[in-house]
Write a protein that binds this ligand. Structure first.
Ligand code: ATP
Ligand code: MG
Length: 344
């Protein structure tokens, strides 16, 4: 009963500065993310793929939607995950980590028959990655609108969609239903295109992706995903097209070059990258997104939310393992204070 009062106070206090919030406030209900929950096993050598035996390290909790929601919860946003794991240690590595970081795991089902999904990753010398995924034939893809999932959707205030999850029919069904219900109760939608060459989309998935982009309040593309999502070439033309579709805010991730937020009112906010030693870039975009969505929903202005998101991505690349560097607000404050910016 006290939560709505806090929300009203916060919104009133930000009114004078004429800030617009494209996302529903945190108090409306948790941010939810639907999709693959995996463990990641990382080759400790660099080179091309897995055609030969490699020394490996893991399991690390992973899956783009899981990394996103972990960072969201860890920074203090209300957060809940929808997905499935196997009845094995790989599953418990994930549910244990998410619960520790404040994520509601009540809508993660435990599959008695299928094992937890896995991703093996090996970096090439140029920094690109080769993956071997087991998602489609694992517990990760086997969930649906069970009662605990319905319950979480019914009280959610925001849904974040990861493009990678759309390759799973189960996730498409749950996401389609959740977006409609959450929007109907005044909630909001963010989309990270997160397109990977290993996870190719068919025509149906592509059509759903386009519908979601058109309904999104916030879009979080990385590099050329901006133009792919807009369906036109050129940064300016892509932004104009997406705003014309109704997107309110676009956070563009630029890896080691930082990030920018563009708003539908024509404003632009840039954030220089923090200067870090990159150890494992996997998960940077997901941590960036989790921090940005949580901070905006908690009422922070664009520049402050972007500073935390930029720091969350940068901090995460300094850790081996895709969600090991997800930071609390205090950890990110300390990291920002201690880390110089890349000169531009
Ligand atoms: P992912 O591989 O997780 O999908 P992405 O391509 O979606 O990542 P990136 O642009 O790689 O996202 O990273 C997200 C954000 O994290 C960047 O915009 C930046 O703020 C921060 N970041 C990533 N890599 C670095 C780096 N090497 N140095 C400093 N900051 C970084
Ligand atoms: Mg990405």
């Amino acid at each position: 009963m006290t939560a709505p009062k806090t929300s009203a106070k916060r919104l009133k206090s930000t009114k004078d500065t004429s800030m617009t919030f494209p996302l529903a406030p945190d108090d409306l209900g948790p941010t939810i993310c639907v999709g693959e929950i995996l463990v990641e096993i990382v080759a400790t050598t660099t080179g091309n793929g897995f055609a030969e035996a490699q020394p490996l390290i893991g399991p690390f909790p992973s899956g783009a939607p899981a990394i996103f929601i972990d960072q969201c919860g860890r920074i203090g946003g209300a957060a809940a995950m929808i997905g499935a794991v196997g009845d094995d240690d790989f599953g418990r590595v994930n549910t244990g980590r998410l619960a520790r970081d404040g994520v509601d795991v009540s809508a993660i089902s435990v599959d008695a028959e299928y094992p937890t999904g896995t991703a093996f990753v090996r970096y090439r010398a140029d920094g690109s990655r080769d993956f071997v995924f087991n998602i489609a034939k694992s517990a990760a893809a086997r969930f649906g609108l069970a009662a605990p999932v319905e319950a979480v959707i019914a009280r959610a205030g925001h849904i974040h969609v990861m493009g990678s999850a759309l390759t799973m029919p189960s996730a498409r069904e749950v996401i389609g239903c959740a977006v409609a219900r959450i929007k109907a109760r005044g909630g909001s939608l963010s989309v990270d295109p997160n397109l990977r060459k290993e996870l190719r989309a068919d025509a149906e998935t592509r059509a759903l992706f386009e519908r979601l982009v058109a309904q999104a309040d916030l879009l979080l593309p990385s590099g050329e995903e901006l133009e792919v999502a807009a369906g036109v070439t050129g940064e300016g033309a892509a932004l104009a097209r997406l705003f014309a579709l109704g997107v309110k805010e676009i956070a563009l991730k630029r890896g080691g070059a930082g990030a920018s937020v563009f708003a539908a009112d024509g404003s632009r906010t840039d954030c220089a990258a923090l200067s870090v030693q990159e150890r494992d870039p996997t998960g940077a975009g997901d941590c960036f997104g989790g921090a940005y969505v949580a901070c905006r929903r908690l009422g922070m202005p664009v520049a402050q939310a972007l500073a935390y998101a930029n720091a969350a991505g940068a901090r995460n690349v300094t850790f081996l393992g895709p969600m090991e560097g997800a930071g609390s607000r205090a950890e990110l404050d300390a990291f920002i204070a201690a880390t110089p910016r890349v000169a531009r």
